[in-house]
Design a protein around this ligand. Structure first.
Ligand SMILES: NC(=O)c1ccc[n+]([C@@H]2O[C@H](COP(=O)([O-])OP(=O)(O)OC[C@H]3O[C@@H](n4cnc5c(N)ncnc54)[C@H](O)[C@@H]3O)[C@@H](O)[C@H]2O)c1
Length: 356
Protein backbone atom coordinates (compact mmCIF):
# COMPACT_ATOMS: atom_id res chain seq x y z
CA UNK A 1 0.00 0.00 0.00
CA UNK A 2 1.20 3.52 -0.79
CA UNK A 3 0.19 6.67 1.06
CA UNK A 4 0.18 10.29 -0.10
CA UNK A 5 -0.47 13.25 2.14
CA UNK A 6 -0.88 16.78 0.82
CA UNK A 7 -1.90 20.09 2.37
CA UNK A 8 -4.42 21.46 -0.12
CA UNK A 9 -5.78 24.93 0.48
CA UNK A 10 -7.39 24.67 3.88
CA UNK A 11 -6.80 21.14 5.03
CA UNK A 12 -4.94 17.88 4.69
CA UNK A 13 -5.91 15.24 2.17
CA UNK A 14 -4.60 11.75 2.85
CA UNK A 15 -4.69 9.16 0.07
CA UNK A 16 -4.34 5.40 0.55
CA UNK A 17 -3.55 3.43 -2.62
CA UNK A 18 -3.37 -0.32 -3.10
CA UNK A 19 -5.16 -3.62 -3.13
CA UNK A 20 -6.78 -4.10 0.26
CA UNK A 21 -6.05 -0.53 1.40
CA UNK A 22 -9.64 -0.05 2.60
CA UNK A 23 -9.32 -1.85 5.91
CA UNK A 24 -6.16 -0.15 7.24
CA UNK A 25 -7.35 3.21 5.93
CA UNK A 26 -10.74 3.04 7.62
CA UNK A 27 -9.25 1.71 10.83
CA UNK A 28 -6.97 4.72 10.95
CA UNK A 29 -9.36 7.48 9.94
CA UNK A 30 -12.77 6.77 11.36
CA UNK A 31 -12.97 8.19 14.85
CA UNK A 32 -16.00 8.05 17.06
CA UNK A 33 -18.15 10.10 14.65
CA UNK A 34 -21.17 8.56 12.98
CA UNK A 35 -20.94 7.43 9.37
CA UNK A 36 -23.22 7.98 6.38
CA UNK A 37 -22.48 5.84 3.34
CA UNK A 38 -23.61 7.21 -0.01
CA UNK A 39 -23.10 4.50 -2.56
CA UNK A 40 -23.77 3.42 -6.08
CA UNK A 41 -26.25 0.62 -6.73
CA UNK A 42 -23.83 -1.21 -9.05
CA UNK A 43 -21.15 -1.49 -6.37
CA UNK A 44 -21.40 -4.30 -3.81
CA UNK A 45 -21.07 -2.62 -0.38
CA UNK A 46 -20.31 -5.83 1.58
CA UNK A 47 -16.55 -5.28 1.41
CA UNK A 48 -16.86 -1.72 2.74
CA UNK A 49 -19.50 -2.44 5.36
CA UNK A 50 -17.36 -5.23 6.85
CA UNK A 51 -14.93 -2.56 8.05
CA UNK A 52 -17.29 0.22 9.17
CA UNK A 53 -19.14 -0.48 12.37
CA UNK A 54 -20.95 2.79 12.98
CA UNK A 55 -22.95 3.22 9.74
CA UNK A 56 -26.09 5.12 10.70
CA UNK A 57 -27.30 5.99 7.24
CA UNK A 58 -27.03 4.38 3.83
CA UNK A 59 -28.15 6.27 0.74
CA UNK A 60 -28.21 4.15 -2.40
CA UNK A 61 -28.10 5.94 -5.75
CA UNK A 62 -28.33 4.74 -9.29
CA UNK A 63 -25.12 6.63 -9.95
CA UNK A 64 -23.76 7.67 -13.33
CA UNK A 65 -24.91 10.89 -15.02
CA UNK A 66 -28.56 9.95 -14.38
CA UNK A 67 -28.34 10.80 -10.68
CA UNK A 68 -25.81 13.60 -11.01
CA UNK A 69 -28.27 16.41 -10.38
CA UNK A 70 -29.32 18.86 -7.70
CA UNK A 71 -32.38 16.79 -6.73
CA UNK A 72 -30.06 13.95 -5.68
CA UNK A 73 -27.94 16.37 -3.65
CA UNK A 74 -31.07 17.58 -1.81
CA UNK A 75 -32.13 13.97 -1.28
CA UNK A 76 -28.78 13.20 0.41
CA UNK A 77 -28.91 16.39 2.49
CA UNK A 78 -32.46 15.64 3.57
CA UNK A 79 -31.41 12.14 4.73
CA UNK A 80 -28.45 13.58 6.70
CA UNK A 81 -30.69 16.20 8.28
CA UNK A 82 -33.42 13.79 9.30
CA UNK A 83 -30.81 11.63 11.11
CA UNK A 84 -29.29 14.66 12.84
CA UNK A 85 -25.81 14.29 11.34
CA UNK A 86 -23.27 16.78 12.70
CA UNK A 87 -20.16 18.37 11.21
CA UNK A 88 -17.92 16.01 13.16
CA UNK A 89 -19.55 13.01 11.44
CA UNK A 90 -18.34 11.31 8.25
CA UNK A 91 -19.68 10.74 4.81
CA UNK A 92 -18.18 7.87 2.83
CA UNK A 93 -18.86 8.24 -0.90
CA UNK A 94 -18.53 4.86 -2.63
CA UNK A 95 -18.78 4.77 -6.41
CA UNK A 96 -17.59 6.19 -9.72
CA UNK A 97 -16.76 9.81 -10.47
CA UNK A 98 -20.36 10.83 -11.01
CA UNK A 99 -21.27 9.56 -7.54
CA UNK A 100 -18.31 11.10 -5.71
CA UNK A 101 -18.99 14.42 -7.50
CA UNK A 102 -22.63 14.36 -6.32
CA UNK A 103 -22.07 13.07 -2.79
CA UNK A 104 -19.11 15.46 -2.45
CA UNK A 105 -21.33 18.44 -3.22
CA UNK A 106 -23.86 17.28 -0.61
CA UNK A 107 -21.05 16.83 1.93
CA UNK A 108 -19.75 20.34 1.18
CA UNK A 109 -23.13 22.02 1.52
CA UNK A 110 -24.52 20.20 4.55
CA UNK A 111 -23.76 22.35 7.64
CA UNK A 112 -21.01 23.94 5.49
CA UNK A 113 -19.17 20.65 5.32
CA UNK A 114 -18.71 17.33 7.06
CA UNK A 115 -15.73 14.97 6.79
CA UNK A 116 -15.69 13.51 3.30
CA UNK A 117 -14.09 10.13 2.62
CA UNK A 118 -14.02 9.27 -1.07
CA UNK A 119 -13.80 5.60 -1.98
CA UNK A 120 -13.65 5.62 -5.78
CA UNK A 121 -14.61 2.39 -7.53
CA UNK A 122 -13.61 3.24 -11.11
CA UNK A 123 -10.11 3.88 -12.41
CA UNK A 124 -11.17 7.34 -13.56
CA UNK A 125 -12.53 8.04 -10.10
CA UNK A 126 -9.25 6.95 -8.53
CA UNK A 127 -6.86 8.88 -10.76
CA UNK A 128 -8.96 11.94 -11.41
CA UNK A 129 -12.39 12.64 -9.90
CA UNK A 130 -11.87 11.74 -6.24
CA UNK A 131 -8.84 13.74 -5.15
CA UNK A 132 -8.98 17.15 -6.80
CA UNK A 133 -11.59 18.86 -4.64
CA UNK A 134 -14.02 19.63 -7.46
CA UNK A 135 -17.59 18.63 -6.73
CA UNK A 136 -20.51 19.34 -9.05
CA UNK A 137 -23.75 18.20 -10.59
CA UNK A 138 -25.17 18.74 -14.07
CA UNK A 139 -27.86 21.31 -14.84
CA UNK A 140 -29.97 21.67 -17.97
CA UNK A 141 -28.01 19.99 -20.72
CA UNK A 142 -24.67 20.99 -19.32
CA UNK A 143 -22.23 19.08 -17.18
CA UNK A 144 -20.92 20.31 -13.83
CA UNK A 145 -22.80 23.64 -13.76
CA UNK A 146 -23.60 23.60 -10.02
CA UNK A 147 -20.64 22.89 -7.82
CA UNK A 148 -18.09 23.99 -5.25
CA UNK A 149 -14.49 23.24 -4.45
CA UNK A 150 -14.41 20.95 -1.43
CA UNK A 151 -11.41 18.82 -0.64
CA UNK A 152 -12.02 15.31 0.78
CA UNK A 153 -10.13 14.61 3.99
CA UNK A 154 -9.41 11.09 2.80
CA UNK A 155 -9.36 9.16 -0.46
CA UNK A 156 -9.06 5.36 -0.48
CA UNK A 157 -8.12 3.91 -3.87
CA UNK A 158 -8.56 0.21 -3.12
CA UNK A 159 -7.76 -1.67 -6.33
CA UNK A 160 -10.05 -4.56 -5.33
CA UNK A 161 -12.97 -2.49 -6.60
CA UNK A 162 -11.57 -2.55 -10.13
CA UNK A 163 -12.10 -6.34 -10.42
CA UNK A 164 -15.73 -5.89 -11.44
CA UNK A 165 -15.28 -2.79 -13.56
CA UNK A 166 -16.16 -3.45 -17.23
CA UNK A 167 -13.14 -3.16 -19.58
CA UNK A 168 -14.41 -0.08 -21.49
CA UNK A 169 -14.84 1.79 -18.18
CA UNK A 170 -11.36 0.73 -17.12
CA UNK A 171 -9.81 1.91 -20.39
CA UNK A 172 -11.63 5.24 -19.96
CA UNK A 173 -9.58 5.89 -16.84
CA UNK A 174 -6.33 5.09 -18.66
CA UNK A 175 -6.86 8.14 -20.92
CA UNK A 176 -6.49 10.43 -17.89
CA UNK A 177 -3.36 8.55 -16.85
CA UNK A 178 -1.86 9.17 -20.31
CA UNK A 179 -2.77 12.84 -19.85
CA UNK A 180 -0.66 13.08 -16.67
CA UNK A 181 2.22 11.26 -18.38
CA UNK A 182 2.36 13.54 -21.41
CA UNK A 183 1.74 16.84 -19.65
CA UNK A 184 3.88 16.51 -16.56
CA UNK A 185 5.45 13.13 -15.88
CA UNK A 186 8.03 11.63 -18.24
CA UNK A 187 8.70 8.89 -15.64
CA UNK A 188 5.05 7.83 -15.82
CA UNK A 189 5.27 7.86 -19.62
CA UNK A 190 8.27 5.49 -19.57
CA UNK A 191 6.51 3.27 -17.06
CA UNK A 192 3.33 3.04 -19.14
CA UNK A 193 5.27 2.44 -22.32
CA UNK A 194 7.30 -0.38 -20.76
CA UNK A 195 4.40 -1.95 -18.85
CA UNK A 196 1.41 -1.36 -21.14
CA UNK A 197 0.46 -5.06 -21.21
CA UNK A 198 0.51 -5.37 -17.42
CA UNK A 199 -1.46 -2.15 -16.99
CA UNK A 200 -4.08 -3.21 -19.52
CA UNK A 201 -4.27 -6.62 -17.80
CA UNK A 202 -4.90 -4.91 -14.42
CA UNK A 203 -1.77 -6.31 -12.82
CA UNK A 204 -2.10 -5.05 -9.24
CA UNK A 205 1.52 -4.10 -8.69
CA UNK A 206 1.68 -2.09 -11.93
CA UNK A 207 -1.69 -0.51 -11.18
CA UNK A 208 -0.62 0.56 -7.73
CA UNK A 209 2.36 2.37 -9.27
CA UNK A 210 0.25 3.97 -11.98
CA UNK A 211 -2.53 5.13 -9.65
CA UNK A 212 0.04 6.43 -7.17
CA UNK A 213 1.95 8.45 -9.78
CA UNK A 214 -1.29 9.83 -11.26
CA UNK A 215 -2.71 11.01 -7.92
CA UNK A 216 0.68 12.42 -6.96
CA UNK A 217 0.72 14.43 -10.22
CA UNK A 218 -2.85 15.60 -9.80
CA UNK A 219 -2.33 16.70 -6.19
CA UNK A 220 0.82 18.60 -7.07
CA UNK A 221 -1.22 20.72 -9.47
CA UNK A 222 -4.27 21.04 -7.22
CA UNK A 223 -2.04 22.17 -4.37
CA UNK A 224 -0.56 24.97 -6.47
CA UNK A 225 -3.89 26.16 -7.83
CA UNK A 226 -6.74 24.78 -5.69
CA UNK A 227 -9.40 27.15 -7.05
CA UNK A 228 -8.26 27.23 -10.68
CA UNK A 229 -7.38 30.93 -10.38
CA UNK A 230 -3.84 30.77 -11.76
CA UNK A 231 -2.86 29.36 -15.13
CA UNK A 232 -1.71 26.12 -13.53
CA UNK A 233 -4.71 23.87 -13.07
CA UNK A 234 -5.60 24.24 -16.74
CA UNK A 235 -3.02 21.53 -17.45
CA UNK A 236 -5.57 19.02 -16.13
CA UNK A 237 -7.72 20.00 -19.11
CA UNK A 238 -5.26 18.73 -21.68
CA UNK A 239 -7.24 17.07 -24.49
CA UNK A 240 -10.46 18.25 -22.89
CA UNK A 241 -11.21 21.25 -25.14
CA UNK A 242 -11.66 19.01 -28.16
CA UNK A 243 -12.64 16.07 -25.96
CA UNK A 244 -15.61 17.91 -24.46
CA UNK A 245 -16.62 19.09 -27.92
CA UNK A 246 -16.60 15.45 -29.08
CA UNK A 247 -18.72 14.43 -26.09
CA UNK A 248 -21.22 17.21 -26.85
CA UNK A 249 -21.34 16.55 -30.61
CA UNK A 250 -21.99 12.86 -29.91
CA UNK A 251 -24.66 13.79 -27.32
CA UNK A 252 -22.56 12.00 -24.69
CA UNK A 253 -22.54 8.72 -26.68
CA UNK A 254 -18.74 8.83 -26.73
CA UNK A 255 -17.35 8.15 -23.28
CA UNK A 256 -15.20 10.78 -21.59
CA UNK A 257 -11.94 8.81 -21.74
CA UNK A 258 -12.28 7.93 -25.44
CA UNK A 259 -13.21 11.54 -26.24
CA UNK A 260 -10.20 13.01 -24.47
CA UNK A 261 -7.86 10.41 -25.99
CA UNK A 262 -8.84 11.70 -29.43
CA UNK A 263 -8.83 15.26 -28.07
CA UNK A 264 -5.23 14.89 -26.88
CA UNK A 265 -4.07 13.79 -30.35
CA UNK A 266 -5.67 16.80 -32.08
CA UNK A 267 -4.48 19.23 -29.39
CA UNK A 268 -0.99 17.78 -29.80
CA UNK A 269 -1.28 18.36 -33.55
CA UNK A 270 -2.29 21.98 -32.83
CA UNK A 271 0.71 22.41 -30.49
CA UNK A 272 2.99 20.94 -33.14
CA UNK A 273 1.60 23.28 -35.82
CA UNK A 274 2.12 26.28 -33.54
CA UNK A 275 5.71 25.27 -32.82
CA UNK A 276 5.31 24.28 -29.17
CA UNK A 277 6.84 20.83 -29.66
CA UNK A 278 8.34 18.43 -32.19
CA UNK A 279 6.31 15.88 -34.17
CA UNK A 280 7.73 12.87 -32.29
CA UNK A 281 5.63 13.91 -29.25
CA UNK A 282 2.40 13.36 -31.20
CA UNK A 283 3.77 10.08 -32.60
CA UNK A 284 4.63 8.77 -29.13
CA UNK A 285 1.24 9.87 -27.80
CA UNK A 286 -0.54 8.02 -30.61
CA UNK A 287 1.59 4.93 -30.01
CA UNK A 288 0.85 4.82 -26.27
CA UNK A 289 -2.89 5.38 -26.76
CA UNK A 290 -2.93 2.45 -29.21
CA UNK A 291 -1.02 0.23 -26.78
CA UNK A 292 -3.65 0.98 -24.13
CA UNK A 293 -6.63 0.31 -26.39
CA UNK A 294 -7.68 3.95 -26.82
CA UNK A 295 -8.86 5.66 -30.03
CA UNK A 296 -6.83 8.37 -31.78
CA UNK A 297 -8.97 9.60 -34.71
CA UNK A 298 -12.31 11.35 -34.96
CA UNK A 299 -13.69 8.50 -37.07
CA UNK A 300 -12.70 6.01 -34.33
CA UNK A 301 -15.36 7.63 -32.11
CA UNK A 302 -17.95 8.09 -34.85
CA UNK A 303 -17.39 11.82 -35.46
CA UNK A 304 -17.25 12.80 -39.12
CA UNK A 305 -14.30 14.79 -40.43
CA UNK A 306 -16.96 16.73 -42.30
CA UNK A 307 -18.18 18.56 -39.17
CA UNK A 308 -17.89 22.24 -40.10
CA UNK A 309 -15.60 24.79 -38.45
CA UNK A 310 -18.74 26.73 -37.40
CA UNK A 311 -20.15 23.69 -35.64
CA UNK A 312 -16.88 23.05 -33.73
CA UNK A 313 -16.73 26.73 -32.84
CA UNK A 314 -20.29 26.78 -31.49
CA UNK A 315 -19.48 23.90 -29.15
CA UNK A 316 -16.01 25.02 -28.08
CA UNK A 317 -17.10 28.64 -27.43
CA UNK A 318 -19.32 27.38 -24.57
CA UNK A 319 -16.37 25.73 -22.90
CA UNK A 320 -15.71 26.47 -19.23
CA UNK A 321 -12.07 27.16 -20.15
CA UNK A 322 -13.04 30.44 -21.86
CA UNK A 323 -11.58 33.61 -20.29
CA UNK A 324 -13.48 36.48 -21.90
CA UNK A 325 -13.13 35.83 -25.64
CA UNK A 326 -9.92 33.83 -25.16
CA UNK A 327 -9.47 30.14 -24.65
CA UNK A 328 -6.91 29.13 -22.00
CA UNK A 329 -5.28 25.90 -23.15
CA UNK A 330 -2.29 23.86 -22.02
CA UNK A 331 0.26 23.05 -24.75
CA UNK A 332 2.80 20.24 -24.56
CA UNK A 333 6.40 21.36 -24.97
CA UNK A 334 7.80 17.81 -24.79
CA UNK A 335 6.80 14.46 -23.29
CA UNK A 336 6.21 15.34 -19.63
CA UNK A 337 6.22 19.13 -19.88
CA UNK A 338 3.79 21.85 -20.88
CA UNK A 339 3.04 25.55 -20.81
CA UNK A 340 -0.14 27.61 -20.85
CA UNK A 341 -1.35 29.34 -23.99
CA UNK A 342 -4.17 31.74 -24.75
CA UNK A 343 -5.86 32.17 -28.09
CA UNK A 344 -9.20 33.11 -29.51
CA UNK A 345 -11.55 30.33 -30.45
CA UNK A 346 -11.12 31.38 -34.11
CA UNK A 347 -7.35 30.95 -33.90
CA UNK A 348 -7.76 27.58 -32.19
CA UNK A 349 -10.31 26.36 -34.76
CA UNK A 350 -8.24 27.54 -37.71
CA UNK A 351 -5.29 25.35 -36.72
CA UNK A 352 -7.53 22.51 -35.56
CA UNK A 353 -9.28 22.31 -38.96
CA UNK A 354 -5.85 21.80 -40.60
CA UNK A 355 -5.32 18.79 -38.31
CA UNK A 356 -8.72 17.22 -39.10
N1 LIG B 1 -14.40 16.09 -9.83
C1 LIG B 1 -13.49 15.95 -10.76
O1 LIG B 1 -12.39 16.52 -10.70
C2 LIG B 1 -13.78 15.05 -11.92
C3 LIG B 1 -12.73 14.67 -12.78
C4 LIG B 1 -13.01 13.79 -13.82
C5 LIG B 1 -14.30 13.32 -14.00
N2 LIG B 1 -15.30 13.72 -13.15
C6 LIG B 1 -16.67 13.23 -13.32
O2 LIG B 1 -16.66 11.82 -13.13
C7 LIG B 1 -17.72 11.24 -13.88
C8 LIG B 1 -17.19 10.06 -14.64
O3 LIG B 1 -16.71 9.14 -13.70
P1 LIG B 1 -16.59 7.59 -14.03
O4 LIG B 1 -15.83 7.39 -15.28
O5 LIG B 1 -16.11 6.94 -12.79
O6 LIG B 1 -18.08 7.18 -14.42
P2 LIG B 1 -19.37 6.82 -13.55
O7 LIG B 1 -19.31 7.36 -12.22
O8 LIG B 1 -20.51 7.19 -14.42
O9 LIG B 1 -19.27 5.24 -13.47
C9 LIG B 1 -19.17 4.49 -14.66
C10 LIG B 1 -19.98 3.21 -14.62
O10 LIG B 1 -19.28 2.25 -13.86
C11 LIG B 1 -20.14 1.62 -12.92
N3 LIG B 1 -19.28 1.24 -11.81
C12 LIG B 1 -18.65 2.05 -10.93
N4 LIG B 1 -17.83 1.35 -10.16
C13 LIG B 1 -17.95 0.06 -10.53
C14 LIG B 1 -17.33 -1.15 -10.12
N5 LIG B 1 -16.39 -1.16 -9.20
N6 LIG B 1 -17.71 -2.29 -10.73
C15 LIG B 1 -18.63 -2.29 -11.72
N7 LIG B 1 -19.23 -1.18 -12.17
C16 LIG B 1 -18.90 -0.03 -11.58
C17 LIG B 1 -21.18 2.66 -12.65
O11 LIG B 1 -22.36 2.09 -12.18
C18 LIG B 1 -21.34 3.34 -13.99
O12 LIG B 1 -22.27 2.65 -14.78
C19 LIG B 1 -18.28 12.34 -14.76
O13 LIG B 1 -19.50 12.77 -14.23
C20 LIG B 1 -17.24 13.44 -14.70
O14 LIG B 1 -17.80 14.72 -14.87
C21 LIG B 1 -15.05 14.56 -12.12
Amino acid sequence: MKILEEEVCCGKTKVFIGKGSLQPALREILGSGRVAVVRQEAVDPTYLLAYVKNVELEVVLKGGEESKNIETVLHIISALYSRGFQRSDYMIALGGGALTDTAGLAAALYLRGLHLVNVPTTLLGMVDASAGGKTAVNFGNMKNVIGVFYQPSVVVADLNFLDTLPLPEYINGLAEVVKYAFTMDAELYEYLHNNAKKVLGRDYAALEDVVYMSIRDKLSIVKSDPYELKHIRIVLNYGHTIGHAIETLSQLRVSHGRAIAVGMIYESCIGEALGYHKSYVTEKLRELLHLLGLPTRLEDVGISRGVSAEMWKAVIARDKKMRGDKLAVPMLTDIGSWKPAEMTVDEFIEVFMKCV
